[in-house]
Design a protein around this ligand. Structure first.
Ligand SMILES: [Zn+2]
Ligand SMILES: [Zn+2]
Length: 363
């Protein structure tokens, strides 16, 4: 028996990215066992271009378990696309390969009855950013036509330069070019937001960010949240997830999330670095507890924040030093900044940040 019980009174769908080891249907049980009210998964190996198709038996099992554990696949499950998919790639051959993998993923989602699909928007690399955004939108339009109902949810990014979606305006530009806008949405990742330079670490700036988000993109398109604290400081452009409360965001940001009415009813999914899924169970408990704390000066909250901040202190200090060195270097040689290969990789690799168990996932 699991020690985590699903919260039926929470107004939020807190959940986590869970393992599919042993078969995609296992994700449903894994999510249930840690008390998820929504969850994320990989539909196939995040490291390989091609994976075997699902058997009808596996599809049936997935759907049965969703009924049994009361998950609505249309609204509660948000699969994550492979991080090497780059529809904005100016090299045609690579973009085409990405498109094939995307279509395969979208069809898998629809086979399982899943209504949402999370995608990193990619990078324009050495191409013209505006031209590549158009290419990305063209591929998305084509993918929407080739599938029936799944909504493609573009995630905001932490990086800089040619990475699509670090600037929220990129997401707006792409949405504007989508023909069927009922099939496109946006996922906001708290770590990426902060690392991209949008301060959300206190009440005032948090509210400002969401106001700006509504102006630029619009709540109408907000389809999910990724919940991660950040190991790196504001504007560091590093995609380094931290456990909630231990990073530069701190627990208060997650309390604010758990009080933002606009985030109700959509998957709010943890992708924090945990040794195993039990860690997510505890974090979900924490989030559901934060929902009940109305006062930012609540004694228990303050005490918990101090504890978590001290646990993450060493890593924050290391990253703060790295950021300073990088900034100093940047002012010495102020040449135009382009994204180096390593950064594309780190910006896109979420598997390296999830639990160890998930890293070995075969399906
Ligand atoms: Zn994310
Ligand atoms: Zn990330």
């Amino acid at each position: 028996m699991s020690k985590f019980i699903r919260n039926t009174t929470s107004k939020y769908k807190f959940g986590a990215h869970v393992s599919t080891a042993g078969g995609v249907s296992n994700s449903v049980t894994n999510a249930f066992n840690i008390g998820c009210n929504s969850f994320a998964l990989f539909l196939k190996s995040p490291r390989k271009w091609v994976s075997p198709q699902y058997t009808q038996d596996e599809i049936d099992k997935f759907k049965e378990l969703c009924v049994k554990h009361n998950y609505n696949p249309l609204t509660d499950i948000l699969p994550h696309g492979q991080y090497f998919i780059n529809l904005a790639n100016p090299e045609v051959e690579k973009a085409e390969k990405s498109y094939d993998s995307l279509i395969d993923d979208l069809k898998r989602a629809e086979q399982l009855g899943i209504g949402l699909y999370n995608l990193h928007p990619g990078s324009s690399l050495k191409g013209d950013h505006t031209v590549q955004l158009k290419q990305l939108a063209d591929y998305l339009n084509k993918a929407i036509k080739e599938t029936k109902f799944v909504k493609i949810v573009l995630e905001n990014m932490a990086g800089t330069g040619n990475l699509v979606g670090s600037d929220l305006h990129d997401l707006r530009t792409v949405i504007d070019m989508i023909e069927d806008q009922s099939r496109i949405g946006v996922c906001i990742d708290t770590c990426h937001t902060f690392a991209a330079g949008y301060d959300i670490s206190n009440k005032e700036s948090f509210d400002e960010f969401w106001k700006m988000f509504d102006d630029v993109v619009g709540y109408k398109y907000l389809s999910s949240i990724h919940l991660n604290d950040s190991k790196a400081p504001l504007g560091a452009n590093r995609d380094l997830h931290e456990k909630i409360g231990e990073g530069f965001l701190g627990l208060e940001v997650f309390r604010l999330i758990a009080h933002n009415e606009n985030l109700r009813g959509i998957p709010v999914v943890l992708e924090t670095p945990q040794d195993d899924d039990t860690g997510y169970g505890h974090e979900i408990d924490t989030l559901e507890w934060l929902e009940t704390i109305d006062d930012e000066n609540n004694k228990e909250l303050v005490a918990k924040n101090i504890k978590l901040q001290s646990q993450g202190e060493k890593v924050r200090k290391e990253q703060a030093v790295k950021f300073k060195v990088k900034q100093a270097r940047a002012t010495k040689s102020p040449k135009k900044r382009t994204l180096v290969k390593d950064e594309v990789k780190s910006a896109n690799s979420i598997t390296s940040q999830l639990t160890k168990k998930r890293r070995t996932t075969k399906k």
